[in-house]
Design a protein around this ligand. Structure first.
Ligand code: BGC
Length: 352
């Protein structure tokens, strides 16, 4: 079984973009475009063996270029928010785009989700893969230093989508990369995801201010609707009146992951009863942003004639904590020349 490569159109400057299809031997098929290193679809079997596409996306490149949701992309150079769109590093202040109110979000106006990456097909012992690389130039979107980034997607024979992130810089800079698929384990387009059960392996989260920037506190989830230490239906506590949920219009928070090993640890597990599909997320990252699709509009025209409504998908974004460049007490997102940024995240599918 090889990788199939198809034309996926051209961006406005004429650069061609491709769509790669990777299948494993167990019924997992993933389509990835080198525009934004974006997962366009991901099919996995339900408990009866029927395949279903469980990630949200579009059919056309034009929709990815204009769409506001960051469906399936790699967000960077700094995924998530930086307060006020500015940070200091080694006594220099860097000014970034304020593309989310006064804050910086997902790398700015032309983030990594809007870049055309170089693609190389690979095959290793675990399965077929796609090696995507991108050189983010010194000064791009206001960030210091040339940053060379590699993201390797592998469709493993254990029904995992494994993502290996790598980056190196020639000047001190900051980096925080995440994968931004929206999942609906009942199948993309099959209504909202409020009935999914979710477990997040975290005893603490980072509460946010009214603009979704962490206050700096690492707060216990105990007694709050952010406690997902036991599997809980996503929609069960959305209307609890909790201030954090009101600020974000639902869940849009970073959890401080419990870590019990150096390698990828279990961060979250989702389960959808009708299909029987489960999704486990493992990562080496310290944080997980669980976003319940609160800013999704109703009636988004999407791939294969699907219509997505409010909360039609949720994201489990493994990453460093939001606004870390302005929070010396958080795990550092600084990358110095000579060091390598290396992370692994695994999305593992099964049924029960
Ligand atoms: C953020 C949301 C944001 C969304 C954009 C998520 O990663 O947490 O606040 O609206 O991305 O698609």
């Amino acid at each position: 079984m090889g990788i199939v490569k198809q034309n996926f159109g051209k961006i406005p400057d004429g650069t061609p973009v491709d769509l790669y299809t990777l299948a494993n031997t167990q019924g997992l098929t993933v389509k990835i475009t080198n525009y934004g290193a974006t997962v366009v679809s991901l099919e996995v079997p339900d408990r009866d063996g029927n395949p279903g596409d469980v990630t949200l996306g579009y059919d056309s490149l034009e929709d990815y270029i204009s769409g506001p949701c960051y469906f399936g992309c790699i967000a960077g150079r700094y995924a998530n928010r930086i307060g006020g769109g500015r940070f200091r590093l080694n006594d220099t202040e860097y000014i970034l785009a304020q593309n989310d109110g006064q804050n910086h979000l997902h790398g700015g106006i032309q983030g990594f989700d809007k870049a055309v990456w170089q693609a190389r097909e690979i095959e290793n012992d675990d399965g077929l893969g796609l090696n995507l690389s991108y050189l983010s130039r010194d000064g791009e979107e206001g960030y210091p230093g040339n940053l060379s980034v590699t993201v390797v997607y592998t469709a493993t024979d254990k029904n995992e989508l494994r993502i290996e992130f790598n980056a190196a810089a020639d000047k001190p800079t900051i980096v925080n990369l995440t994968h931004h698929s929206y999942f609906n384990l009942a199948g993309a387009g099959a209504g909202d995801t409020l009935g999914h059960e979710l477990m997040i392996n975290a005893d603490r989260f980072t509460p946010v201010d009214r603009t979704l920037i962490p206050t700096g506190e690492l707060k216990s989830v105990k007694g709050t609707p952010l406690d997902f230490t036991r599997p809980t239906v996503i929609g069960a506590r959305l209307d609890s009146g909790d201030e954090q949920l009101q600020i974000a219009g639902g869940y849009d928070h970073n959890w401080v992951l419990n870590k019990d090993a150096a390698g990828p640890c279990l961060a979250a597990r989702a389960f959808e009863r009708d299909s029987g599909r489960t999704l486990e997320v493992y990562t080496t990252q310290p944080g997980l942003q669980f976003y319940s699709g609160n800013f999704m509009e109703n009636q988004i025209a999407a791939k294969a004639g699907q219509i997505y409504n409010h909360r039609g998908g949720f994201c489990l974004e493994t990453q460093h904590f939001p606004d870390s460049p302005n929070r010396p007490e958080f795990p550092s997102t600084v990358l110095d020349p000579g060091s390598t940024y290396e992370h692994t995240t695994i999305y593992k599918f099964a049924t029960e």
